[in-house]
Write a protein that binds this ligand. Structure first.
Ligand code: AMP
Length: 284
């Protein structure tokens, strides 16, 4: 695996590889890697000649400074895992490399309604920060395929919109990969490292709540089904930002379901001061 810390040499290297006809797959991450990240690398490995991963804890997407300060960093372990997963290139820039002109004047992306729903509402500015960094990374790496996790469902929608807005949608294909889970259903996440063992056990309730929505889904008014899931989580000690049933295509909340529209159940909640998010499709 080749490690690049600067964008210019990486850009140069990749343009030569691209000129040789090599297909490039890209997996952006914030490090503290787990099997979920590795599954994205495996998907990229299968479909590309060159696999690039990035590790960059992007300051502009954190609306909560404590969350940023406490974000886990496990670089040596990450590098070992990337080598084992067959990653060809790791891009490991620092903040000055990605934000040479600072972070106070950044471009604005007109993402439409998706920006203000759910994560956008509870984490103001988050998706703008995500767009800034992903756009910059894409301009450097110019991959054929971009591999992201369904775990961050709304983020995938935002990135698809970013590709449209920046005229990249014909050049870069977004591959959305399934969520990897622990045995108890807890979606793997770097933030899980901040939970106690008891917390990790309890956090399985998030998946149970989502599955209860899926199992009991029927056409008609969904408010009781939604409220029951929230109650189940609150009774277990979670502080819930939202539990909702939403349209799979735009994440607008669905209160009354006619029985056909594709739906996702989405959740964001705190446990032990750690903010956890998850989602599942409930009527594939
Ligand atoms: P992060 O390092 O949290 O920014 O995540 C990097 C990428 O890994 C994003 O595309 C995430 O959606 C994806 N990812 C995070 N957790 C999982 C998971 N449990 N299963 C699959 N992909 C994941």
């Amino acid at each position: 695996m080749i490690l690049f810390k600067k964008s210019q040499p990486l850009l140069q290297f990749l343009s030569e590889e691209r000129a040789k006809g090599k297909k490039i797959g890209f997996v952006p991450t914030m490090g503290a890697l787990h099997e979920g990240h590795i599954s994205l690398l495996s998907a990229a490995r299968q479909e590309n000649e060159l696999v690039v991963a990035s590790i960059f804890v992007n300051p502009t997407q954190f609306n909560d400074p404590t969350d940023f300060q406490k974000y886990p960093i496990t670089l040596e372990k990450d590098i070992d895992q990337l080598i084992i997963a067959g990653c060809d290139i790791l891009f490991l820039p620092d903040v000055a490399e990605m934000y040479p002109d600072g972070t106070s004047q950044l471009p604005y992306y007109d993402l439409g309604a998706i920006e203000t729903r759910w994560e956008g509402k509870y984490r103001p500015g988050h998706f703008q920060g995500v767009c800034v960094i992903v756009h910059r990374l894409l301009n450097i790496i110019q991959p054929h395929g971009l591999y992201m996790g369904q775990k961050d469902y709304q983020q995938c929608m935002v990135i698809q919109k970013l590709l449209q807005l920046s005229g990249l949608e014909n050049d870069i294909q977004l591959h959305i990969c399934p969520t990897l889970r622990e045995e108890n259903g807890l979606a793997m996440s770097s933030r899980n490292m901040r939970l106690s063992n008891g917390g990790k056990d309890k956090a399985g309730i998030i998946f149970q709540a989502l599955m209860t929505i899926k199992t009991n889904l029927s056409a008609g008014n969904l408010s009781q089904l939604r409220a029951n899931a929230q109650e189940k989580m609150e009774a277990a000690g979670f502080t819930v930002d939202y539990v909702a049933i939403a349209a799979a295509n735009d994440l607008a909340e669905v209160h009354v379901w006619e029985g056909k529209q594709k739906l996702v159940a989405i959740v964001a909640a705190y446990l032990e001061d750690v903010r956890l998010i998850d989602n599942i499709s409930i009527n594939e």
